[in-house]
Design a protein around this ligand. Structure first.
Ligand SMILES: [Zn+2]
Length: 348
């Protein structure tokens, strides 16, 4: 087992009423990085504290470098939000070498458990920086009060371990594995145990019970194993995210992360002919809608993404997956459509 990976996990505190405590221990004046709607919701927690507020609106690196350089008299950074605010908080903490505290208000993506920030360089995604928070504060009541679909989105960054591991095994078995990332059974097993924990907690995550939140957080925490394994992405990502990259590139749309990734998990499992039923049942059972129309895509756009994925991902410096090699046929797309229709029909 890869125990070393766990040593790189971020300290995490789970509890209630946590947001009201920040003013008592984050060194003032501190910078709160958040979003406008969230700030309205949580500003009362900071009454009397010495702070400044930064409302994140751009994730272009040049904008962030400029704003980081302009920060005056700041002694600590507090990220308060979902993906983007937490990524910007990380970036500022890195550029200004300041202590970082993270307070997710939803678990839509694993940004809170990765060292690097997803920023854009001339519109292109790059993962840059290195920040380890002093602590991540998970407040059960805050998460439970967030719009459910935002938290359900978070399963995308956990169930993708299933397809990630399948692609890793495929590459190993077909002589296409990268020399620096030989198959590691221990890493793969740990990833799959996180997937199983989600499958066992479908109702808990749907209703955001404490046990459901625990399973989500534990799975997302495993995101730090990207760093812990020496930046090996193999056990955590594959065809699932590759479909998302393709759809983002083709449509220029901004997605709720778990939707295109979730669709990619179903597609990847179908390609590998392993676990597609379980993945579809878990995703639909929790409530995350991964049908194209739910993420603002027509079926024609989705089909373009699916059929164009192979050539697009072969043009990128990605690790080798089954989706690099096989064509997605009209028959496959018909099968996918049917699976999606059935999965959500049953729950309508
Ligand atoms: Zn992701």
């Amino acid at each position: 087992m890869c125990n070393a990976c766990l040593d790189y996990g971020f300290p995490t505190v789970m509890g209630r009423g946590l947001f009201g405590e920040f003013k008592n221990f984050v060194n003032p004046p501190f910078l709160i990085v958040t979003m406008p709607d969230l700030w309205n919701m949580f500003k009362h927690e900071f009454e009397g504290a010495g702070y400044q507020v930064y409302l994140a609106d751009s994730i272009e690196q040049v904008d962030l470098d400029r704003d980081a350089a302009g920060l005056k008299d700041i002694r600590a950074i507090l990220g308060l939000g979902g993906g983007q605010a937490l990524d910007v908080a990380k970036y500022f903490a890195w550029r200004r070498n300041l202590p970082l505290f993270q307070a997710p208000t939803a678990l839509s993506v694993n940004a809170v458990y990765s060292h690097r920030s997803g920023v854009r360089e001339n519109g292109k995604v790059i993962y840059r920086g290195y920040a380890v928070p002093e602590c991540v504060f998970i407040d059960y009541d805050v998460l439970r009060a967030a719009p459910r679909h935002l938290n359900w989105s978070g399963i995308g960054d956990i169930l993708c371990f299933h397809t990630g591991v399948l692609d890793w095994q495929y590459a190993r078995d077909n002589g296409k594995i990268e020399a620096k990332w030989p198959y590691d059974e221990g890493l793969a097993k740990q990833s799959l145990s996180k997937v199983n924990a989600i499958l066992k907690n479908i109702d808990g995550i749907r209703h955001m019970t404490d046990a459901g939140i625990d399973a989500l957080v534990d799975g997302l925490k495993w995101g730090t194993s990207f760093h812990g394994s020496g930046w090996c992405p193999r056990h955590i990502e594959g065809t699932d995210h590759f479909l998302f990259y393709t759809l983002e590139k083709q449509t220029g749309k901004k997605f709720l992360h778990g939707q295109p990734v979730g669709l990619g998990i179903v597609v990847g499992s179908m390609l590998h002919e392993k676990g597609a039923g379980d993945m579809m049942d878990a995703i639909a059972g929790i409530g995350l809608d991964v049908r194209p129309q739910a993420m603002g895509l027509t079926w024609a756009q989705a089909e373009e993404g699916l059929t164009g994925m192979r050539s697009y991902i072969n043009s990128l410096p990605l690790w080798h997956s089954l989706a690099h090699d096989v064509a997605i046929t009209p028959g496959f797309i018909a099968d996918l459509k049917l699976r999606l229709e059935r999965a959500y029909e049953r729950r309508a």
